[in-house]
Design a protein around this ligand. Structure first.
Ligand code: NAI
Length: 254
């Protein structure tokens, strides 16, 4: 049976762990070749090696999304290795240290914006340039968050970055709608990943307390975001562009 991403080449940032890793696995299972771009080299190399050993197509490149030259190299590497670029999942992110507006440091604020917001813009900039040059359209998905749709206590920098991702997604979607390039965002609820475990530790909050915040009464699984992303990247979502889609167990319905 044909996969919904057969023959597509997809770049995934933050693909070494968590949500990005789940998206890498889903996209490969659906037939795509994937360039994994992440600062976490050990896990990224391992993910790519496992996929290749199982007969899939994946390549890891150590990439810091805050550096324009690194992002450019990642796009060029996808093209050199797999021949083209059809889409991307711009997902690399950090929690930035949850604390209130007064206690947030300038350095933590700047770093959060650099990774979560500027990183997504740099990725779109060079990916869309490549897709435009090919002339056959494409699909980009950015990771925002439910914190890109509503405020969260202690999330001043994180919320700013994720609201920014939603705004950039809409602008880029409008910029390139006539060029058959779709740009969407996913807004995950509370997902069981290394980032959540880090936040739980930082704030001394048990994971059960996070699960209790979800109307469905459980944490989301990375797979549940990865599956949505693969669908948005595929032709099955061909009339969808410029949306910020909550995948959140009902969190934003409250
Ligand atoms: P994670 O920590 O498992 O994954 C983040 C990945 O991004 C890691 O592999 C990390 O090495 C990579 N990364 C960090 N800085 C980078 C940089 N400068 N350049 C390249 N790669 C970098 O966390 P998770 O939860 O999978 O996060 C993925 C995305 O989902 C993030 O954008 C996060 O903000 C977002 N998100 C997560 C939620 C959750 O509950 N886990 C909820 C809503 C959004």
């Amino acid at each position: 049976m044909a996969g919904k991403l057969d023959g597509k080449v997809i770049m995934i940032t933050g693909g070494s762990t968590g949500i990005g890793h789940a998206a890498v696995r889903r996209c490969v299972a659906d037939g795509a070749a994937v360039l994994i771009a992440d600062v976490n080299e050990i896990q990224g190399q391992q993910v790519a090696a496992e996929i290749v050993a199982a007969g899939g197509r994946a390549l890891f490149l150590a990439t810091d999304v805050t550096q324009a030259s690194a992002v450019q190299l990642a796009v060029a590497t996808a093209v050199k290795h797999f021949g083209r670029l059809d889409g991307a999942f711009n997902n690399a992110g950090i929690d930035g240290g949850f604390t209130n507006t007064v206690k947030m440091t300038e350095a933590a604020f700047d770093r959060t914006i650099a990774v979560n917001l500027k990183g997504v813009w740099l990725c779109m900039k060079y990916q869309i340039e490549q897709i435009l040059a090919q002339g056959s359209g494409g699909s980009i998905v950015n990771t925002a968050s439910v914190a890109g749709l509503v405020g969260t206590r202690g999330g001043v920098a994180y919320c700013a970055s994720k609201h920014g991702v939603v705004g950039m997604t809409k602008s880029a979607a409008l910029d390139f709608a006539k060029k058959k390039i779709r740009v969407n965002a996913v807004c995950p609820g509370i997902i069981k990943t290394p980032m959540l475990e880090h936040m739980a530790q930082q704030t001394s909050t048990p994971l059960e307390a996070y699960a209790a915040q979800e109307p469905v009464g459980r944490l989301g699984e990375p797979r549940e975001i990865g599956d949505t992303v693969a669908w948005l990247l595929s032709e099955e979502a061909s009339f969808i562009t410029g949306i910020a889609l909550p995948v959140d167990g009902g969190w934003t319905a409250l």
